[in-house]
Design a protein around this ligand. Sequence first.
Ligand code: G6P
Ligand code: MG
Length: 218
Amino acid sequence: MNGFIFDLDGVIVDTAKYHYQAWKQLANNIGIEFSLEQNEQLKGVSRVESLKKILHWGQKTISDDEFMVLMTEKNNHYLSFIETMKEDEVLPDVSKILNYLSSRHQKIALGSASKNAVGILNKVNLTKFFDAIVDGNQVTHAKPDPEVFLNAAKQMNVKPEDCIVFEDAVAGIQAANAANMISIGIGDANVLHEADYVFKDFTEMSLTFIDKLINPKK
Ligand code: G6P
Ligand code: MG
């Protein structure tokens, strides 16, 4: 029995662009420049750690109260994008792969750092596919720590070495590797060079490839 673990942001849905817009506006409002390269480094990183990094890049110190205000502000802005999300925002061929895995009786889990994960899965109507959902509300150690994926494996009752992780973040690939799972990068092969395999997106992944993951000996 295999377990297929999906990251959410940037793998199932393109919410990475919403995180980027919300962080950019917040950073610019407090006089900090924010580039796409920096945003790349926030993928897979929790909300608290992301804000800490932005403040560090901008060499800015703020009070704990201000920190909380900014966190809320960022999330409210982000949620305003999420509110209108529909099924058509599921990335190409994600539903096809989920349907296929499910037809092959594979276990499926979500492994995300987001505290908004459950809400987003419901919005895009994919919750029904998941045997386990591990999100930012359940983990204490953020990616690249393997906790989120090990927790997902445990909830699916599948051994870590029988798990396959789909990830768009460098930290996520490192977490999957640290968990002794097969890591599959979704995105730029140069950025995700530590992954076992990289695909630009799911449209490039054949069902034959998925079959090989399900049954490597065949
Ligand atoms: C994912 C995204 C990050 C985001 C984190 C927390 O890992 O890749 O960019 O910061 O989730 O998301 P949240 O929805 O809890 O703010
Ligand atoms: Mg991601």
